[in-house]
Ligand binder design. Sequence first.
Ligand SMILES: O=C(O)CCC(=O)C(=O)O
Length: 281
Amino acid sequence: MDAEIRRALARVSDADVDAYERDGACCLRQVFESKWLDLIERGIEHDLRDPGPYGRVQSPPDDPGFFYTDYYMWRRIPELRRFALESPAGAVAARLMRSERVAFFFDGLFVKEPGTCKASAWHQDQVYYNVDGEQALVMWIPIDPVSADASLHTVRGAHRWTQRFERRMLNDGRDISFGEDAGAYVPVPDIESRRDEFDIMSFDMEPGDVVVFHPMMLHGARGNPSATRRRRALQATWLGDDAVYGERPGDVEPHITGHDFKPGDCLIDVESVFPRVWPRA
Ligand SMILES: O=C(O)CCC(=O)C(=O)O
């Protein structure tokens, strides 16, 4: 195992793995060294200059700031492809998921410029895409210092709740479930106006820190109240041994393309769609 991977894995204690399993999320400190943060920053700026087909402005025109998202950047942007395939992130994901093998699924971008009011509504990620199974993991990687108020918020233990919450577009709140199974989704509780009823976790974070969370976790984020500081975060999602194709009613985001999967098919066996990042070749 190379020294860089050893250093990253040394940042993940047994207590972190237990917290991830028990709470559904935890914050790991100083996992990514500056060379990876520089690469991510260059990749993010590349995407902002040259948005991809999934790039979207999420804030309304009268928002004093600017909120932009994108996904599947790794397919177009060499810096983000390199981070996905070559950084120690895959090894860290393997340890947290206790998975023998890890494949990369997709990346996402969440940029909130200073003064942005638009929030990221509370949601679960896994209901948006065709992945079932326990061994999937999301990393939220800010490249700017971010206060707990403006960073990612998760509800402790919500990955074990049985509900699947309604899937809505971030910019206009449109429900994207339809068809006969659409009724399986229930409204997201109004967490913002009843925050003290929920056990909400959030962290002051520095570049290099990462929040890892299970994709069934209920999570969201406020705007960026800072007058001067940008809030740029890369999201990276990884799949482990038990991740299989699952059906969803209506629209999905992101779409899985490049292979005709059937429900129950093991995803990480298909390396042309989900590049294997752990163990290293
Ligand atoms: O950064 C944000 O505002 C939201 C992030 C998020 O929802 C995600 O990573 O799935």
